[in-house]
Design a protein around this ligand. Structure first.
Ligand code: NAP
Length: 247
């Protein structure tokens, strides 16, 4: 894949899991990175990636559910790099429980991070992308936003909402040559799915036609495609990276 040298990619929640894997994949291709995360170690993680791939990678502590912090994260990216080509709204949390046991706070927190966060980031990044007349926004949704999932009413609702946000932003931003798409991963091997016990994992795998959990890299490759010139006529779409679990 070519055309990524010196592109500027802002990835939220990139200290670990899928976000970190995406950061490494874009760095391999020569892109510069603004890596944001709640995790204090994000600076060290960005430094490691910077050295390993000889790109500029800047880490920035950031809570996507707080507007002021989103404004600062976007400002930081503009101060460091002067432009933002790609925003990946990746930060996400789970607070699983059956609805009857789910606390109001667990519902609100998940919606704040998984849905309000991408709204705040997209809004603030679009101010600059619209001036550039170029930009790519990639939202990391989930298969359970498409299918629903018992025990994850808050999380499924946030991800279904994110798909609605993706399509609405795609319509609003298209005239400025900014595309907005979503990736809906299935079950991917990260600390989010490490919480599942072995029996639940085997049960999930038995329902996946490709008979394995996904790897963070599988999602990263889809993000690279959506950010590439090959995807310039694709907007408002949801790409499933789920081993066939949901069709
Ligand atoms: P992960 O390993 O838990 O990584 C998520 C990162 O986001 C963590 O570094 C986390 O920091 C950070 N984060 C949490 N809240 C944040 C906030 N308010 N502001 C900024 N950063 C925050 O999760 P993952 O599995 O890689 O998931 C990445 C994305 O893919 C999420 O949106 C998730 O919903 C989605 N997804 C994952 C799967 C899967 O099977 N893993 C499937 C479908 C969709 P802390 O660790 O400090 O909290």
């Amino acid at each position: 894949m070519t055309g990524f040298e010196n592109k500027v990619i802002l990835i939220t929640g990139s200290a670990d899991g899928i976000g970190k894997s995406m950061a490494e994949r874009f760095a391999e291709l020569g892109s510069n990175l603004l890596m944001s995360d709640l995790n204090e170690n994000i600076n060290l993680i960005a430094d490691e990636i910077s050295k390993k791939y000889s790109v500029k990678a800047v880490g920035f502590k950031h809570d996507v559910s707080v507007e002021e912090e989103c404004i600062n994260a976007v400002k930081k990216a503009m101060d460091e790099f002067g432009r933002i080509d790609v925003l990946v709204n990746n930060a996400g949390i789970t607070r699983d429980n059956l609805v009857l046991r789910m606390k109001e706070k667990d519902f609100d927190d998940v919606i704040s991070v998984n849905l309000k966060g991408p709204f705040l980031m997209s809004k603030n990044v679009f101010i600059y992308m619209s001036k550039q007349r170029y930009g790519r926004i990639i939202n990391i949704a989930s298969v359970v936003g498409q299918s629903g999932q018992a025990g994850q009413a808050n999380y499924s609702a946030s991800k279904a909402g994110l798909i609605g946000l993706t399509k609405s932003l795609a319509r609003e931003f298209a005239r400025r040559n900014v595309t907005v798409n979503a990736i809906a991963p299935g079950f991917i091997q990260t600390k989010m799915t490490d919480k599942l016990d072995e029996k639940s994992k085997q049960q999930i795998i038995s329902q996946i036609p490709l008979e394995r959990l996904g790897l963070p890299r599988d999602v990263a490759d889809a993000a690279v495609f959506l950010a590439s010139d090959s995807a310039s006529y694709i907007t408002g779409q949801v790409i499933g990276v789920n081993g066939g679990l949901y069709m």
